[in-house]
Design a protein around this ligand. Sequence first.
Ligand code: APR
Ligand code: PHB
Length: 397
Amino acid sequence: MVRTQVAIVGAGPAGLLLGQLLHKEGIDTLLLERRSADYVAGRIRAGVLEPGTVSVLEKAGVAARLHAEGLVHGGVEIGFRGHRHRIDLQALTGRSVTVYGQTEVTRDLMDARAASGAPSVYEAEDVTLLEVTGPAPTVRYRHEGKVHEVACDFIAGCDGFHGVSRRTIPSASLSVYERVYPFGWLGVLADIPPPWEELIYANSDQGFALASMRSTTRVRCYVQCPLEDHIDQWSDERFWTEFRRRLGGEVAARVPDAPSIEKSIAPLRSFVAEPLKYGRLFLAGDAAHIVPPTGAKGLNLAASDVFYLSEALRDFYRASGAGQSGGEAERALDGYSVRALRRIWRAERFSWWMTRQLHQFPGDAFDGKLQHTELEYLFDSRAAQVSMAENYVGLPL
Ligand code: APR
Ligand code: PHB
């Protein structure tokens, strides 16, 4: 049987970044991923990095291209009733965000893992976690028709919302908190220079729209849409017409009918499962929580989770290597869940708040009035802007 210190399930940003952070600490990992490497590298996801995430990527040794190619944004804009209101992140918090696609982060991490020589198995089927509450957990999987077993000290469940890790934990040992929103986001990727300087989050009577970008030659744009919609109902022309209508003003006039290179619809959900530790299994990233994309927190939370987890595992191995009592080493592990959940819930709160203030919700006129009041308060109050800005750039790790 093969042996490793930490078996990591899932090679999304959480699993890959954890692998690099542990590698820097001299801890061995084996990475098991259900999909092919090409599939993982090709997925289109969000693209706004908090400064704290950039620091973690630096610590992992994967920030060179990000610093060379990422776009530093000192503000974001909110569109409402024909006006754009700038939230000056830099002036309000002294910090900025970096626009750099998750696809690029994933590629940098995959390259770093290949260079480190740490083993990865892509297209690992039927991953099964065994004996997770005992001292010697095992991971079983099938690869190219053969069954393999890996003995390990710990399992990191970084396998996303639909993965096997969270499902391995008995429901009586897990509390789940969830909110599903009554709409989705239709996203389009297109190769045009962005006709806007910074991201614009627009609240309009027709629904939410977001003008984002990936680089100086590529835009990513979204419109709020009914959950039942299918992308076949959204020709490029219909998308851009609707997007321009919601964005409004002179910036909309500069948006062409660019051909889409990717188009997809995603539902919006808030979800947290806790605690993040069950025996020798830890959950991190989308396996443990989902945020609606409105605050751009998904990737950033995955980064803070695995940063905390890498520190907990490092402290465990240090304490046990130094011959300290089992209690000392175990305490290092127990701290992970509490530390990560504190930050997760704050990001959940902020993502819910952004979602609530910017979308059209069915029904209640009172809620609609409160939403408009909340936005006007934000535009008028420096205190409210500081609150939004410090959350948008990310609370301290
Ligand atoms: N066995 C092995 N791998 C699995 C399994 C399984 N049973 N189930 C899922 N996976 C893999 C998926 O194929 C995927 O590559 O786990 C990986 C999880 O990656 P992500 O879904 O990207 O989740 P995470 O790494 O936590 O990243 C969070 O990515 O999904 C976005 O919005 C999210 O930005 C956030 C970030
Ligand atoms: C994106 O560029 O895909 C993006 C940016 C900001 C968000 C969500 C998505 O809040």
